[in-house]
Every structure is written in C-alpha cells, then in structure tokens.
Design a protein around this ligand. Structure first.
Ligand SMILES: Cc1ncc(C[n+]2csc(CCOP(=O)(O)OP(=O)(O)O)c2C)c(N)n1
Ligand SMILES: [Mg+2]
Length: 330
C-alpha cells in the first residue's frame, strides 16, 4: 500500500531513481569534501548531510527548466537538481578559476549559476529571501508561468529579511515558495533557544500564506507539499511557507566541533532517521531498487565523485591579477 506512494504522486520509477541518485551524489560529494578538508586540501566544508531528501524532494516538484532558485549554503541537493555538476561543485570547493559560482572568489556553499537560474547568494543569512521574492514579483509583472523557490535554516528565520520578504510576498500574492530546512540547530544554538513559537510554519499565518510542517527526511512528503504549493502559486494563490524537519548529521561546518554542545546519543538517533536510508528502504520495498541496481548506482556515483575530485584538484587557480575583476568598473 505505502509502497506505491510515488505513483500516487505522479512519479514514475525512473523519477524516484533519479531523485535517489541526486541525493546520494550530494551525500558522497560532501563526504569526499570532508576527507579532502581533513587531508588539508580544502579549506572549508559546510554540509548538506541529513538534508538531501528535503532538498531533492522539493527541487523535483519544481519545473527545473524555468523556475528560479535562491538556495542557502547547505543546498547541494538543490543545485545538483537544478543542473550544477559534481565537477563544478568540486571546482568551487577547491577555489579554482573554472568554478561557475564565483571563479573561486567566494567560500564554498555560496552558490550562483545564471544558466541554471540559481541566484547568487552572499554570506549574511536570509538575504536570499527578498531576492527570491523580487524574482516572484518580476514573474508576476511579466505574467510568466514560473515560481521562485528559496530555502534557509530555521535560525535564519529570525532575521529581518525573512519577515520583510514574506510580508511583501503575502501582500502582493507572489509566486514564491519558501522552504525552511529546520535541522534544529543554528550552529550551537538548539531550536528551543531560537524560536518561541511552536513551529516556524506558524509564521506563515502572520503573512497571509499557508504554513506547513513536513517530514523533511521523507523526500516524497516534501515533493507533495512543494508540488501543491507550485500549483497554487501558478493559479494565482500566492506564496507558501514550508518547514521541512531535518537533521544536521555533521558539525555546523568543518570549523566547528559539535561534540561540545550536542549529545552523541542525540546524533545517533538522528542517524537512524537518515533521509538516504529512509528513501533507500522505501525504494527497496516498492520494488524499484534491487540489490543489483543499488550497486550499479553506487559505482556510478563513486566514479562521478572521483572524476570531479581529480578534475578540480588539477584545475588551475585564478590568476592573482584577476582578484579585482568585477569589483571596480573597467
Ligand atoms: C546575518 C548573519 N548573522 C550571523 C551569521 C553567522 N551564521 C552563519 S550560519 C549561522 C547559523 C544559521 O543557522 P540556521 O539558519 O538554522 O541554518 P543551518 O546552518 O542550521 O542550516 C550563523 C549564525 C551570518 N552568516 N549572517
Ligand atoms: Mg538550523
């Protein structure tokens, strides 16, 4: 019964396999980046691990040929789904000239790629939200049949930009979908010290839009609510706020030690609900993922990660003389 959930949502077997591959590629790239960081080859990693199901489930519910996204730093699953490649993500991690995000100028996780309609973000959290609302305003003014999709962490939903952006989107009924990836930590600060409200989703009501909380470890559940939100937006029903409950399976970043503020038992519990495992189990029970296919996918992804690492490691750094390019008018 539950094993046919993807078909009930209009997803073919090939679609859910593609979702699984995208999630696994996100995870394996991230794991490789940690190894490279600990080996002294990469300066910094900020992880998607634990949040891939929410990221990929949401992205697959969008029209990735026309919609815009304003992702936040953990969204490896979103940018891969929108068309960024493993090589490009590694080029960014190694800060190489060919990195499409910033030519090696920004820290990793600062995504931006015009051809895939991924808006450039900057370091202050939540600044991407008013940008996404602006894209939705333009889409409405130009009568384009598209939505913009923006993500952020729950800690960042306390930032002014969140409230200003959502209020504007609500007033003008704009086609923007906001997804808060609630991993229950803002660096070392636990959820109960971040938000007094019962849920982040409840904040939608204040801005005149539906606010929904969904199990972010279940990509199909996220797919469903984002798909509905997209249809509502295109029908003129305005914005939606979604809170995807997830777990951050790593420290905040490679510069953080989460053992100082998070009990190991809590992390072990979170690992039991790991979105990759949850989705793999679903696909096995649905008869979509056989042992042979699982092995084939793992091999394929290992090859992609190895190729990306080798390519990026051997790629040239930007010329020192190019440092000020795009900073001053030439
Ligand atoms: C305006 C602003 N304040 C503080 C920071 C430093 N900072 C970077 S990430 C982060 C935590 C954000 O937590 P959350 O929004 O829950 O996202 P998560 O990292 O948990 O995914 C903070 C405080 C920042 N980048 N920008
Ligand atoms: Mg958080």
């Amino acid at each position: 019964m539950t094993t046919n959930r993807h078909k009930a949502l209009g997803l073919k077997d090939e679609d859910v396999i593609e979702m699984y591959k995208t999630m696994l590629l996100s995870r394996k790239l991230d794991e490789r980046m940690w190894l490279l960081n600990r080996a002294g080859k990469l300066s910094f990693v900020i992880s998607c691990q634990g949040q891939e199901g929410a990221q990929v489930g949401a992205s697959f519910a969008l029209n990735r040929d026309v919609d815009y996204t304003a992702p936040y730093y953990r969204d490896v699953g979103v940018v891969l789904a929108f068309g960024m490649t493993a090589r490009e993500l590694m080029l960014s991690a190694f800060a190489k000239a060919e990195d499409p995000n910033s030519g090696g100028r920004q820290m990793p996780g600062h995504f931006g790629q015009k051809k895939n309609r991924i808006l450039t973000g900057s370091s202050p959290v939540t600044t991407q939200l008013p940008h996404a609302v602006g894209v939705a305003l333009a889409a409405k003014m130009e009568k384009q049949n598209i939505v913009s999709f923006v993500t952020l962490g729950e800690g960042s939903s306390n930032q002014g930009d969140f409230h200003e952006g959502l209020n504007f989107a609500g007033v003008h009924q704009l086609p923007v979908i906001t997804m808060v990836e609630n991993n229950k930590y803002a660096i070392s600060v636990p959820l109960e010290k971040q938000v007094a409200a019962k849920s982040v989703a409840d904040r939608g009501q204040a801005y005149g839009m539906p606010g929904l909380t969904v199990n972010g470890n279940d990509p199909l559940a996220v797919y469903e609510v984002v798909k509905e939100a997209r249809e509502r937006a295109l029908d003129g029903g305005g914005p939606t706020l979604i809170e995807a409950m997830t777990d951050r399976l790593t420290a905040h970043s490679s510069d953080d030690d989460d053992r100082l503020y998070r009990e190991s038992a809590e992390l072990e519990e979170a690992k039991k609900k790991d979105t990759i495992l949850v989705f793999k189990k679903y696909l096995e029970e649905a008869g979509v993922l056989t042992e042979d296919l699982a092995k084939q996918i793992t091999d394929e992804i290992d090859d992609i990660v190895n190729d990306a690492t080798e390519y990026a490691e051997n790629a040239p750094y930007p010329e020192a003389e190019s440092t000020l390019k795009y900073v001053y008018e030439e």
